[in-house]
Design a protein around this ligand. Structure first.
Ligand SMILES: NC(=O)c1ccc[n+]([C@@H]2O[C@H](COP(=O)([O-])OP(=O)(O)OC[C@H]3O[C@@H](n4cnc5c(N)ncnc54)[C@H](O)[C@@H]3O)[C@@H](O)[C@H]2O)c1
Length: 401
């Protein structure tokens, strides 16, 4: 079992919960991150972003002396295990930024030392693990390499890290053996795959979810076109019908992972991924489709529109690639005024929920925060998620019927 582990990107959404969980399971963990503000917050026992239930766990890990955070890259050389959790975005052409990840790894290489286990935990472009193995074989040092994808739902990492099986892969039987020993600290439920299959497994999982959301969103738009209530149809067809248990409700499918990973898979398959690319058009087109639909019955140019919830999903403070911002952009062109509110995001341009409701002529739900669950705005409501209680006053424009 590894007793010293350095997590590169250790104060990020993946690195930090993993570091806390490993430390509280007995490993000695250093969180190496290039953002000094995040390192300072974590060192002071404060989570830099919302992870439910994480702060007491962070405090316990820091208090045990088994967890600390640093901006010092030399912490890599002293570790037996190095886990890489840095971001792997796509560029403005929706192409994976493979070179950016390459450069980041090249920056780490001088700190690697022979005998270490290097675990890729970021979601990578397929083939990346084998490329890293070949590259390190050529220039050294002689390390074991593993790819073990992260599959947590953001916000619920600490719960899921101990509940979900871990997919593990390695460059050699030794690498695999060491990766298994590391993740056995979290669970005994390990699934072994060759590196390329583990990389594809991660992308397939996110892509599958993204396409499923697109199916619901497309069907929602079809129902809408014929003045039918998608939510009512959804409730009817999923009622005591297990074959449709996985049929999601309609809603914004934004955030930093699902679209990005679908585009990574498209890029890997030489941009031939019709169903993934169609899913992107449906999901990314949803904010505009909602606005167009409202415009058919209402002159928005005189309205103040309020967007409730700007995070990419409910009960979350992450606005990365949130479709609520795309909605805001469209509404800004169409409406007299747009006001935004979110209980989780500190943004000086946002207003309180009360102020948003006081000003609004029309209300759009942007994210299903629990705080809105019992909200009954008096204005027309566009609630693609079918999350808010139905009110007679809102029925005129309610998008889910
Ligand atoms: N967010 C999720 O829920 C989630 C779930 C599964 C997989 N993933 C994948 O995990 C990876 C990381 O995503 P994230 O959401 O944690 O990103 P993030 O931006 O929250 O975290 C990345 C961290 O890495 C740090 N960093 C960047 N370059 C660095 C370097 N060279 N050295 C040290 N630190 C560096 C950043 O400062 C940041 O704190 C991505 O590949 C993502 O697709 C994310």
């Amino acid at each position: 079992m590894a007793d010293t582990t350095t997590i590169v990107g250790g104060c990020g959404h993946v690195g930090l919960p993993l570091g806390i969980a490993l430390a509280n399971a007995g490993a000695k963990v250093t969180l190496f991150d290039t953002q000094p503000e995040r390192v300072a917050e974590v060192s002071a026992g404060k989570m830099p972003f919302l992870e439910w239930g994480a702060e007491p766990e962070l405090t316990a890990a820091l208090g045990s002396g088994r967890l600390h955070a640093t901006t010092d890259p030399t912490s890599i050389a002293s570790a037996e295990v190095v886990i890489v959790t840095i971001g792997t975005p796509v560029d403005e052409f929706l192409d994976p930024k493979v070179r950016m990840f390459d450069r980041a790894i090249q920056g780490l290489q001088p700190h690697f030392r022979a005998g270490q286990l290097v675990v890729l935990r970021s979601t990578v472009f397929p083939g990346m693990t084998d490329r890293l193995i070949e590259w390190l074989d050529r220039i050294g040092p002689a390390v074991d390499v593993a790819f073990c994808p992260e599959r947590i739902a953001q916000g619920y990492a600490l719960k899921e890290l101990s509940e979900l099986p871990q997919i593990v892969s390695g460059s050699s039987p030794t690498a695999l053996h060491r990766a298994k020993a590391l993740f056995r600290l979290l669970t005994n439920d390990l699934v072994e795959l060759p590196p390329i299959e583990a990389e594809l497994a991660k992308l397939f999982a996110n892509t599958y979810r993204y396409i499923n959301f697109a199916i619901s969103n497309q069907l929602y738009l079809i129902a809408r076109k014929f003045d039918a209530d998608f939510a009512r149809i959804h409730a009817a067809v999923t009622y005591k019908y297990p074959r449709l248990a996985g049929f999601p409700k309609a809603g914004f499918a934004g955030g930093p992972c699902l679209l990005k990973d679908t585009m990574q898979l498209a890029g890997f398959n030489h941009n031939s991924f019709p169903i993934g690319q169609a899913a992107m058009m449906v999901n990314e087109g949803l904010p505009s489709a909602l606005v167009e639909h409202v415009k058919a019955t209402r002159d928005l140019s005189r309205d103040c529109a309020a967007i409730l919830g700007m995070a990419f999903k409910g009960n979350c403070d992450d606005h990365r690639d949130s479709l609520a911002y795309k909605l805001r952009k469209i509404l800004t062109l169409e409406c007299r005024e747009v006001v935004c509110t979110d209980p989780y995001i500190a943004d000086p341009s946002f207003v309180s929920l009360d102020a948003a409701l006081a000003k609004a002529d029309v209300v759009f739900l942007g994210a299903c925060h629990a705080e809105y669950k019992d909200l009954r705005p008096q204005q027309p409501v566009i609630d693609v998620f079918d999350f808010l209680p139905k009110t007679p006053a809102a029925a005129g424009l309610r998008m889910a019927g």
